[in-house]
Design a protein around this ligand. Structure first.
Ligand code: IPE
Ligand code: IPE
Ligand code: MG
Length: 247
């Protein structure tokens, strides 16, 4: 490992509480090698393992990974099936790793739309890691920010209709508590790989003051050194949240 990318160069007190990643570019990674897109997703799963390990080692409390969007259901059925199969395998093979490394798994998204081959191991791993208090790993599966917002609005409207909530009792915190991300701090860092400069329906409410990092690296090539470089760049940014420079 290149010493300039060593964790020693990072300020342990200035680490993000929550990193969110749009893991993009698996298909292009495969295409560049004349491989099937599915090979890119398989290689991408390895980058997931490395990224989880880095977060754990550095002591970053929360990592949220965009693995499958509500729009991704529109991909060819063989690709969707391959992705579901990979997810199932990932959940099965990583269960021991999560248990022994004190990782708590969570999920955000339209979970009811997932096939039972994914829902069953997902429920098992979430249940089995519920008491862990190390890294909080959240997978965004069948996730879209707009469906999440619709779900939140319906829940609040129903509470108002029942007479359990008055409209003027709805505050920003009320909204946050009714999103799938309830209980998670808003991300401090968003990373998108593969050079695309868009959010693709990811965490629209939660990213209001997040620091954004876009890298041309394709997700299967994303590694610890690049991640640490982004963390260092984050530590050099001044977050003002609309106020003025404190100096
Ligand atoms: C990201 O890689 C993984 C998912 C969206 C499931 P892509 O499959 O989008 O890869 P590209 O963008 O086609 O290269
Ligand atoms: C976003 O990537 C979704 C995930 C990484 C899971 P896409 O590849 O689906 O996004 P677009 O189509 O380029 O916006
Ligand atoms: Mg893509």
């Amino acid at each position: 490992m290149n010493s300039s990318a060593s964790p020693v160069a990072l300020d342990p007190h200035g680490l993000p509480r929550h990193v969110a990643i749009i893991m993009d570019g698996n298909g292009r990674w495969a295409k560049q090698r004349l491989l099937n897109r599915v090979k890119g997703h398989e290689k991408g799963a390895e980058a997931v393992r490395d990224t989880v390990k880095t977060c754990r080692e550095l002591g970053i409390p929360c990592l949220t990974l965009y693995a499958f969007s509500t729009e991704n259901w529109q991909r060819p059925s063989h690709e969707v099936e391959a992705l579901m199969g990979l997810l199932k395998r990932f959940l099965e093979t990583e269960y021991d790793n999560m248990t022994s490394n004190n990782i708590r798994l969570g999920v955000i998204g339209e979970i009811a739309d997932l096939p039972s081959e994914v829902r069953v191991p997902l429920d098992r791993v979430m249940e089995g890691t519920r008491a862990n208090d190390g890294l909080r790993l959240t997978l965004a599966l069948s996730y879209g920010s707009r469906p999440e917002i619709v779900h939140m609005v319906r829940a609040l409207a129903a509470a108002v209709q029942r007479g359990d909530l008055a409209p003027d009792e709805i505050h920003e915190a009320t909204v946050s508590e009714h999103l799938y991300t309830r209980g998670l701090p808003d991300p401090d860092i968003l990373i998108r790989t593969s050079g695309e400069l868009r959010l693709s329906n990811f965490l629209l409410w939660q990213l209001a003051y997040t620091e954004l990092f876009f890298t041309p690296t394709l997700w299967p090539d994303f590694n610890r050194d690049e991640f640490i470089g982004i963390l260092r760049a984050f530590q050099n940014r001044e977050r003002r949240f609309g106020t003025v420079d404190p100096a």
